[in-house]
Design a protein around this ligand. Sequence first.
Ligand SMILES: [Zn+2]
Length: 104
Amino acid sequence: MPGVDYKTVQSRVPMARALELLGFASRGVTGEQLRGPCPVHCSQSPRSRSFSVHLAREVCHCFKCGFAGNQIQLWAALNNMTVYDAAVDLCQRAGVEVPWIERW
Ligand SMILES: [Zn+2]
């Protein structure tokens, strides 16, 4: 099984694109940061701002459930997948080529 170049996945499917695919509804933007309801623990209120995303650093963090990670880890958590499967799925959903790497 070939490996996946996670760094390249992140550059091909930026955090903003992954959030768009998730249907994330931002409740506020401050510079490079977005706040909104957490898709991981499913915030009860659509007006929640517990979930924080840093677009430039491509990381997100939830102040309530403690989830922290990049867009691949977020995709894995939401779809109950391994990080490997999430990276492949994310590329396919975004319509970009999966950056396979051969393992030696
Ligand atoms: Zn959460």
